[in-house]
Design a protein around this ligand. Sequence first.
Ligand code: AMP
Length: 487
Amino acid sequence: MSFNSLGLSAELLRAVADQGYSDPTPIQAQAIPLVLQGRDLLAGAQTGTGKTAGFTLPTLHLLSQNKATGKFRPLRALVLTPTRELAAQVAENVATYGKYLPLRSAVMFGGVGINPQIQQLRRGVDLLVATPGRLLDHVSQNTVDLSRVEILILDEADRMLDMGFIRDIRKILDLLPKRRQNLLFSATFSDDIKKLAESFLHQPALVEVARRNTASERVSQVVHPVDRNRKRELLSYLIGSQNWKQVLVFTRTKHGANRLAEQLEKDGITAAAIHGNKSQGARTRALADFKNNAVRVLVATDIAARGLDIDQLPHVVNYELPNVPEDYVHRIGRTGRAGNEGEALSLVCVDEHAFLRDIEKLLRREIPRSVVAGYEPDPTIKPEPIILGRRGQGGGNAGRSQGNGGRNAGDGGRSQGHGGRNTGNGGRGQGSGGRNENNGGRSQGNGGRSQGNGQRPQGGRGSRSGGGRPGQGAARPQHHHSGNRSR
Ligand code: AMP
C-alpha cells in the first residue's frame, strides 16, 4: 500500500515523501482513513509503530480542510502527552508533516517559562501539543481557550494514567466541546484505560498493531539473583531439574556463547552456540538441530538471534543480561507467542544491577526476583565492571564506558554507536547508530534494528503488544485490522 491511497492532501504527501517514507506502517494504513472519516479511534500501538504520524497526518489534513472562520485562530486540535520529551517529539512530527500547510502549531510543557507560551497562544494556534499539567496552568490563567477544540488526541494514555494524570485529563475533558473527534493511543489496555475509553470515546473504531518482540503479557518474567561464577551450575540445575527440552540461552559475547555451550555439554546437556563467528552452514545446522530437538540448548548472542526463525519457545534464559535494554525485549519476545505460555528467566549477578535497572526502566515495571534455594548470592561479593567483548584479549578495551555518547564494546566484536539515546520517554529515538558484529560477516547498521529506531517497524507477527486486549469492554469498538494480525 502506498501513502497516496490514504486520502491525504498533496501537501502532506509531499512532506511524507521528504522524509523518505514510501509506505505507511500498519498503524498508519489503518488509522489514517478512519480519522479522515471523522471516526473516534481506540488505537493499540506503541512507540516504534509509526503511531505519531498515524494521528498527526490525518489531524493536519482535517485542520487544513476545515479552515476556521473569523479573524482569530481558535485552537482546534489538542494532543496530550504524558511527558515533556514526548510532547516535544510529537510537536516535531507536527512541524515536519505540516511544513507545507498554513497551520500554526505549538508545544507547551512545564519546566520552562510560561510567558513565551502565552504570547504564542495569543497569536493563535491551530494545533497544540501539551502535557496536562502545563495545559491546566494555562487554563487557570485563562490564557488558553479549549472551547473550540475539534480533535482531541491522548497519546500514550496508559502512561498518563500510570503517572497519575487521570484527574487532570478529566478536568481537561470537561472543558472541551461535547462534539469533537477523539483519538486514544495506548500501548496497553488495562481496566483503567478501558474505563477512560468508554467514558469519552464515541463508537470508536479499534485499530491495533503489535510490534514484533514486545514484552508479551503471556511471558512470565523472573530474575534469579545468583553469583557470577555459579550461573552455569544454576542453569544446568534448572534445565535438568525442570526437564526443559528446548531452551534458548542468551549471552552477551560470542566467546561466552561458545564457552557456555561447551560447559553445558560437559554437564551432559546437549548444546550448540550460534553467533557471528560461525559459518552460515554451522549456524543453519545448529538451528536445525535445535528445532528438531537434537540439541536442548541453543546459546546465542543477540545479533545472531536476530533474523533466526525461532520463536514460541517455552523458555528463554538470559544467562547474561544485555547491556542494551531493548535487546532484553527482543530476547523475551522469543517466547510466549501466539497463545503459548512462555517463561523468560534472567540469571543476574551483582555486576549486572545497572543493566537490570535500565531494563526495568524501559519496561516500566519491576521484574520479580526469586532466589533459587542453594544458589543464594553471597552478599560479600563485590561488583566487578563488565567487560563487553572478549575478556582480557587484545589490549583490554575498557569495556563499559557509559558516557553520554553511549556504551562501547570494543574488541569483542560489538560496537554500538548510540547517538542520541533517549529512553526517558519510553524509548523513542533510541540509538540510531546501528551496530556491527565484527568478524561475523553480518553487519547491521542504521536501519538494521527493528525497534523504534527510525525505520519502519514490522506489523505484529502474531504477538500482541503490551497488556491486555484492546476493545474488551471498551465502548463497542469495531475492529479494523491488517491481514497480518493474528486473532
Ligand atoms: P513513532 O512510533 O511514531 O514513534 O515512530 C517511529 C519511527 O518511525 C519514527 O522515527 C518515525 O519517523 C518513523 N516512521 C513513521 N512513519 C514511517 C513510515 N511510514 N515509514 C518509515 N518510517 C516511519
